[in-house]
Design a protein around this ligand. Structure first.
Ligand SMILES: *Cc1c(COP(=O)(O)O)cnc(C)c1O
Length: 374
C-alpha cells in the first residue's frame, strides 16, 4: 500500500474552536467551512464544529452541502444554525432558492439588494438577516459609505435585520496602518445605523487574524477560518503560541533508498548533485497529492528512536514522488515522514513554497488516504 496519508485530528479542531471562543468571549463564532473546510473535508469538519454559531460558505452549492450534512446529523430537515453565503447569491433565482433553504446571505451589490427587496421571506428566518457588506478599504466586495447607509435603510424598511460586515485586508500585520482606517470607517457606519435602529443592527469585522490582533472590534460575530484549522493567523506569533493545534498532518513513508557517488544527480532536470557520497530517500508523495512542486530549500520531519530530524528535500518534486537527503541521519525504508502538521507546521512548508498554509490545505488532492483521529 502507498502510505501517503492525511490524518485529521478531531480534538485539535475542538481545541482551536475553544481557543477562538476564549479570545472572543463576547462574540458569536461563524466557522468558515468554505472550500471543503479549507481542504479538511466538509462532512468531517462539521462533526467537530457543531458548537459553532454559524457556518460560512462561498456559494449556494457549498451551502446545500452543509445543509444536507447538518440535516443528517440533526435528524431533521432544517438547520438550527445559520448557513451564510459570504459572497451572496449570483442570480435572482438563486436568491429564491436560498430562501427555500433559509440561508443567510451577504448583500454586497445593487443586484443582490434588488433581489432581496423584491422577494422578502415571509417568515422570521435566517434569511431575514442580511449580512450587508461595507467596503472599508479592501476594495474587493461591498458598498461605499453612502450606499451602505441607504441600502440598510431600504432593507430595514422591508423587515430585514442587518449584520453590517466588512473584511480586513491586512489584519495579520497588527501595525499596518490600513487596519486603523478600516476600523474607523466601520465604527462610523455601525454607529450611524445603530443610532437609527439599534435593535436591528449587529456588526462583524474580524477574521482569524482580527480575532487575535483586534480584540476591541469583535462586535457581535467573528468569522474564524484558518485558526480553526490550526494555521498561521497572525504574522508575529506561531499557531502554537496562540494556543492553536494542527488539525491536518500529512505523512508518507520512505520506500526506496539510493547511495550516490560524488557528481551524481537527483530527479527531473538533475537539479541536485551530490557533492559528497550521499544517501537519498525516496518518498511516495508528490504534487499529485498536494505537496507543492515549487518548494525551495524545503525540509521534512522524521521522528526516530525519540530523536527528531529536519531533513532537506532534494531535486524536483514529481507528481508521485520526491527525494530527501538522509546521508547524515539513521533512517531507512519504512520510516514515517511528516510533510506538514504535527512536528512541522504547515506555514513553514508554505514559506518554502512562497505561499500560505491556507493554499496548502486547500490543494491537498483526493489521492492521499484520509484517516480520522481523536
Ligand atoms: C474566508 C473568510 C474569512 C475567514 O478568514 P480566515 O483568515 O481564514 O480566518 C472571514 N471572512 C470572510 C468574508 C472570508 O471570506
Amino acid at each position: 500500500m502507498r502510505h501517503t496519508t492525511i490524518t485529521l485530528k478531531a480534538s485539535a479542531l475542538q481545541k482551536n474552536l475553544n481557543t477562538i471562543r476564549q479570545n472572543a468571549p463576547t462574540a458569536k463564532v461563524m466557522a468558515m467551512v468554505k472550500a471543503n473546510a479549507y481542504g479538511h473535508g466538509i462532512a468531517w469538519a462539521l462533526q467537530g464544529l457543531l458548537e459553532a454559531d454559524a457556518y460560512g460558505v462561498a456559494s449556494f452549492g457549498e451551502g446545500v452541502q452543509v445543509f444536507d450534512i447538518l440535516s443528517k446529523i440533526n435528524c431533521q430537515k432544517l438547520s438550527v444554525k445559520p448557513i451564510v453565503l459570504i459572497e451572496g447569491v449570483f442570480s435572482q433565482s438563486e436568491w429564491l432558492q436560498a430562501l427555500d433553504y433559509n440561508f443567510s446571505c451577504v448583500v454586497h451589490c445593487q443586484n443582490q439588494l434588488d433581489w432581496a427587496l423584491a422577494n422578502v421571506p415571509k417568515n422570521v428566518s435566517f434569511s431575514r438577516t442580511i449580512w450587508l457588506k461595507y467596503n472599508t478599504g479592501m476594495n474587493r466586495l461591498g458598498f461605499g459609505k453612502n450606499d451602505v447607509l441607504a441600502s440598510a435603510k431600504l432593507l430595514m424598511d422591508k423587515g430585514y435585520n442587518i449584520i453590517l460586515t466588512s473584511h480586513f485586508a491586512c489584519a495579520d500585520d497588527r501595525e499596518n496602518l490600513a487596519n486603523g482606517l478600516q476600523i474607523e470607517r466601520f465604527n462610523e457606519v455601525l454607529g450611524a445605523l445603530k443610532a437609527m435602529h439599534a435593535d436591528k443592527i449587529q456588526g462583524s469585522l474580524c477574521n482569524s487574524a482580527g480575532i487575535f490582533n483586534f480584540p476591541s472590534v469583535h462586535y457581535d460575530w467573528v468569522r474564524a477560518g484558518i485558526a480553526l484549522y490550526g494555521g498561521m493567523a497572525v504574522a508575529d506569533k506561531t499557531p502554537n503560541q496562540l494556543g492553536l493545534r494542527p488539525v491536518m498532518t500529512f505523512t508518507t513513508h520512505i520506500f526506496a533508498i539510493h547511495e550516490l557517488n560524488v557528481g551524481e544527480q537527483v530527479g527531473y532536470g538533475g537539479l541536485w548533485m551530490a557533492d559528497k557520497p550521499s544517501r537519498i530517500g525516496v518518498l511516495s508523495v508528490g504534487y499529485g497529492d498536494g505537496y507543492p512542486r515549487v518548494v525551495q530549500n524545503a525540509h521534512v520531519f522524521i521522528t526516530k528512536n525519540s530523536q527528531q530530524f529536519l531533513i532537506p528535500v532534494v531535486g524536483r518534486v514529481a507528481m508521485d514522488m520526491m527525494m530527501i537527503d538522509i546521508t547524515d541521519v539513521p533512517v531507512g525504508v519504512g520510516d514515517e515522514v511528516v510533510l506538514w502538521g504535527e512536528g512541522l507546521p504547515a506555514y513553514q512548508v508554505a514559506n518554502w513554497a512562497n505561499t500560505i498554509d491556507y493554499e496548502l490545505f486547500c490543494k491537498t488532492t483526493a489521492r492521499p488516504l484520509r484517516q480520522l483521529a481523536m
